[in-house]
Design a protein around this ligand. Structure first.
Ligand code: PLP
Length: 407
């Protein structure tokens, strides 16, 4: 792309820009301080202290205040991504609870959980997917009824990546513990956007990913509550206190620590700014375009995420026309096996076919401005008008409305 500077990037739930301050914190660890933190010599060994500082910063963002006798935030394990954290948590929970053969999650989780659960089904585990309602809210009665003495782990996302809907994870963790089950939450989309305080909860495992909060791709962290038994997913050297083998991704770990420090310091201000911009976007679109709906739990969702269905047209076509205007967003469809199916999240919410297919996810970051949002509000109505003019569903609907009026 030749004009990338002009891009209006509203796809921050897919990935975020690395903050220049994060990048600056990482830089010395590429070509100057490149030693291995496990080395005995000071050149490498001094890097270990930087890793421990990053670990403390991650712990602070999550409200994990425990420090061991050496001052180490030992509840944090660095991983390669959110998916690894999700897999590692489920793997540990079932390994330490071999007599329990049931795993409970929701129908709207990320594939990092759902695919692992499918694998567990193949291995003979009973896996239960709890449904959501039309607003993406979890069926808590069903959850309470499903958790039993055979349940090894309950895994529920803190916030949904498509709609931003927030689940009552602290309440769910209490339900799990009451039956002796462990509790994991995928907080990949929530970390840095809403307050998290694991010490005030019964959460055993929590996973995050650096690239959703302005750190680089390919790094993440898994919180494991002090006292919760753990079995590694990756066996190897003694890194991460023998809980995750492999030489540390030092530069990215340092970046993740810096990003967590910045996210915590700026959380209240950024949260308010993001919600203001999101509301401006939604209001602008709803005022100008008919037959539009905003999806998810409007009162209880991430401040940066807006899932909007433009009825009677295809999300992919909207994205293509937005792309021509240098606007990046994403759709609620997944191109699977050659057919454009609405995502499993929108299907679980029971969105009508005509709405699910025309769903766009706008996800904002601290770098977005009012001017950008106003530009999007300006270009959306003609794009939708153009696509509806050639949509058989839209024309059918207009005919039906006209006939009703004339009747
Ligand atoms: N969980 C959620 C809710 C996500 O949105 C994502 C990424 O989109 C992941 C897990 C996976 O994270 P990663 O891409 O770092 O593996």
């Amino acid at each position: 792309m030749d004009n990338m500077d002009q891009v209006i990037y509203l796809d921050n739930n897919a990935t975020t820009r690395v903050d220049p301050e994060v990048f600056a914190a990482m830089e010395p660890f590429f070509c100057e301080r490149y030693g291995n933190p496990s080395s005995i010599h000071r050149f490498g060994g001094s890097v270990a202290a930087e890793i421990e500082q990053a670990r403390c910063r991650v712990a602070e963002l999550l409200g994990a205040n425990f420090r061991d006798k050496d001052g180490v935030a030992a509840e944090i394990i660095f991983t390669s991504c959110g998916t690894e954290g999700d897999n590692a948590a489920l793997n540990a929970a079932i390994a330490v609870n071999p007599d329990r053969r049931k795993v409970i999650t929701s129908a709207v989780e990320h594939p990092g959980i759902l695919s692992y659960c499918r694998e567990l089904s193949r291995r003979g585990y009973e896996t239960v997917l709890i449904d959501v309602d039309g607003r993406g809210r979890l069926d808590m009665d069903r959850l309470a009824a499903e958790i039993d003495e055979n349940t090894a782990v309950v895994s529920l996302m803190w916030a949904n990546n498509e709609t931003g809907t927030i689940f009552p994870v602290c309440e769910a963790a209490e339900l799990a513990h009451a039956k002796g089950a462990l509790f994991h939450t995928d907080a990949v989309q929530a970390a840095g956007k809403v307050p998290i305080n694991v010490d005030d909860s019964m959460i055993d495992f929590l996973s995050i990913a650096g690239h959703k909060l302005h750190a680089p791709k390919g790094v993440g962290a898994l919180y494991v509550r002090r006292g919760t038994r753990f079995r590694p997913l990756i066996f190897g050297g003694h890194q991460e206190r023998s809980r995750r083998g492999g030489t540390e991704n030092v530069t990215s770990v340092i970046g993740l620590g810096k990003a967590c420090e910045m996210a915590l310091a700026n959380l209240p201000l950024e949260r308010a700014k993001l919600a203001r911009l999101r509301d401006r976007l939604e209001k602008g679109i709803l005022e100008r375009v008919p037959d539009v709906r905003v999806n998810g739990d409007i009162e209880n969702r991430l401040p940066n995420t807006s899932s909007i269905s433009f009825e009677y047209i295809e999300g992919e076509s909207i994205l293509m026309l937005l792309d021509r205007e240098n606007i990046c967003a994403s759709s609620g469809s997944a191109c699977t096996t050659g057919s454009l199916e609405p995502s499993h999240v929108l299907r679980a919410m029971g969105l009508p076919y005509t709405a699910a297919h025309g769903t766009i996810r706008f996800s904002l970051s601290k770098y977005n401005t009012e001017t950008e949002i106003d530009r999007v509000i300006e270009v959306i109505p003609p794009i939708i008008g153009q696509l509806r003019a050639i949509s058989p569903y839209w024309n059918e609907r207009r005919r039906a409305v006209g006939e009703e009026r004339n009747a």
